[in-house]
Design a binder for this molecule. Structure first.
Ligand SMILES: [Zn+2]
Length: 286
């Protein structure tokens, strides 16, 4: 089975890139300096994810980075500071936007092609989808984690878009919240580096949650403790949605765990994994 994967670490990036079944990779913004060179990609598309939080003071440096990554012709608007276009750098094929403000930002940078809307971006109905489509006609969408499969299938159908314009997350920890607070700061001190730091915590019912802090960027994602896994439902999903893109969302997985998921996805009847969840695919949020 072919798939697209989101990756947050160097290990995840190299593992997915080496796998012959991956078609496209969405790199976390922290991996902006690790975009694979053209000859390493073997035809796989590379997208760079915008930061979770885009603070005003940081916006110019992000714009500068994007300018360096894309060709000059992608930047007809000269309103932003022009960094030299380094043609030796491997340029990504497109970007993943996470917030509504990034629409304006990406547009101002002159990027119109190959834009993907993250699951965290609000797109719960056809009106929202057509709003984004007006901005970026070629935009594709990662389906929301908060809708059931029935609701998402209805959305795909009514939107008038093709199933190929959507991504169905078949594996991954759900992002419950994005905050500027550093959890790491409370447990051992803020690292203030480019790494990804994990803190586990529990609610009163012993449910586990994982805080993933990106100290330098000043953003922290709160993830569900149990990954949502639908690898064994591939046939059912294709029957319901048509030829939709499958997405693996790697966040905290080690190299070994990443390899394990990549091997499971190719099995007709993958063995049961402990501690998984079906998320809201069947039972929605009340
Ligand atoms: Zn920190």
């Amino acid at each position: 089975m072919k798939y697209t994967a989101k990756v947050k670490t160097e290990d995840q990036l190299s593992t997915v890139l080496a796998d012959e079944n991956s078609e496209a990779l969405m790199l976390d913004y922290a991996l902006i300096k690790s975009i694979p060179a053209m000859d390493e990609r073997k035809g796989k598309k590379i997208f760079i994810s915008m930061p979770e939080v885009l603070r005003e003071l940081r916006a110019e440096s992000v714009a500068g980075n994007l300018r360096q990554l894309f060709e000059e012709k992608d930047f007809p608007d000269k309103g932003l500071p022009v960094a030299c276009s380094n043609r030796n750098l491997s340029r990504p094929d497109g970007v993943v936007i996470k917030n509504i403000d990034e629409i304006g930002f990406v547009k101002k940078c002159g990027l119109f092609e190959n834009v993907i809307g993250d699951a965290f971006l609000y797109a719960y109905n056809c009106r929202a989808v057509s709003f984004y489509k007006n901005e970026f006609p070629g935009m594709k969408f990662i389906l929301s984690d908060e809708l059931t499969d029935d609701e998402n299938a209805e959305l795909v159908k009514r939107s008038g878009l093709k199933p190929e314009e959507f991504f169905y997350k078949i594996y991954g920890h759900q992002v419950l919240m994005v905050t500027n607070q550093c959890f790491q700061k409370n447990y051992g001190g803020c690292k203030n580096d480019d790494g990804i730091h994990r803190v586990d915590f529990f609610d009163e019912k012993e449910n586990r949650f994982i805080a993933v802090s990106k100290c330098r960027e000043g953003a922290c994602e709160i993830l569900s403790g149990r990954p949502v896994l639908m690898l064994d439902k591939q046939k059912e999903i294709l029957e319901k949605f048509g030829k939709i893109n499958f997405l693996l969302d790697f966040t905290i997985e080690s190299k070994k765990e990443t390899e394990r998921i990549l091997s499971l996805i190719q099995k007709e009847n993958p063995e049961k994994m402990d501690g998984i969840s079906r998320g809201h695919h069947y039972r929605g949020i009340d």
